[in-house]
Design a protein around this ligand. Structure first.
Ligand code: FES
Length: 160
């Protein structure tokens, strides 16, 4: 049995230690926010937070998570009571197919928890690891800017 904390709840799972966290979240814990895209750490669809930092859950073996804090999209809110970022993404209609969005939101959450006043350059560099094949990047950026304002900050222009 492997113990891990997800969204503040302790779980024990009967899994091979090398099982990717993504498989445990989706297959064992029923948390389907994080998505399987590439399985290679190249797309970001599976992004969750581990100790408040973005991580590709397709690459993290579940055995590496003892004593660490995992957070997923489900930990940020519900459809009825969405978190700040989810509400901003909805307001900006930032999803097309939506497959990448949970991962994008988790990566943006990590940034805004650390700094609600990033520059535009910092925002773009931070989100670069998460791909959107529909090409809604400009709407995604608008949504994160909106969320930053809602959190009491705002995205600043980068120095030229
Ligand atoms: Fe993990 Fe693509 S599924 S980075």
């Amino acid at each position: 049995m492997i113990s891990l904390s997800v969204n503040g709840t302790a779980h024990s799972v009967d899994a091979d230690p090398d099982t990717p966290l993504l498989y445990v979240l989706r297959g064992e814990l029923g948390l389907n926010g994080a998505k399987f895209g590439c399985g290679l750490g190249q797309c970001g669809a599976c992004t969750v937070l581990v100790d408040d930092r973005p991580a590709f859950s397709c690459l993290v073996p579940v055995a590496a998570l003892a004593g660490r804090k995992v957070r997923t999209l489900e930990g940020l809110g519900t459809p009825d009571r969405p978190g700040v970022l989810a509400a901003a993404f909805e307001a900006e209609q930032a999803a097309q197919c939506g497959y990448c969005i949970a991962g994008v939101i988790m990566r943006a959450q990590a940034l805004l928890e650390r700094n609600t006043r990033p520059t535009e350059g910092e925002l773009r560099a931070h989100l670069a690891a998460n791909l959107c094949r529909c090409g809604t990047h400009m709407r995604i950026l608008r949504a994160v800017r909106r969320a930053a304002i809602a959190m009491g900050g705002g995205v600043r222009e980068s120095a030229r």
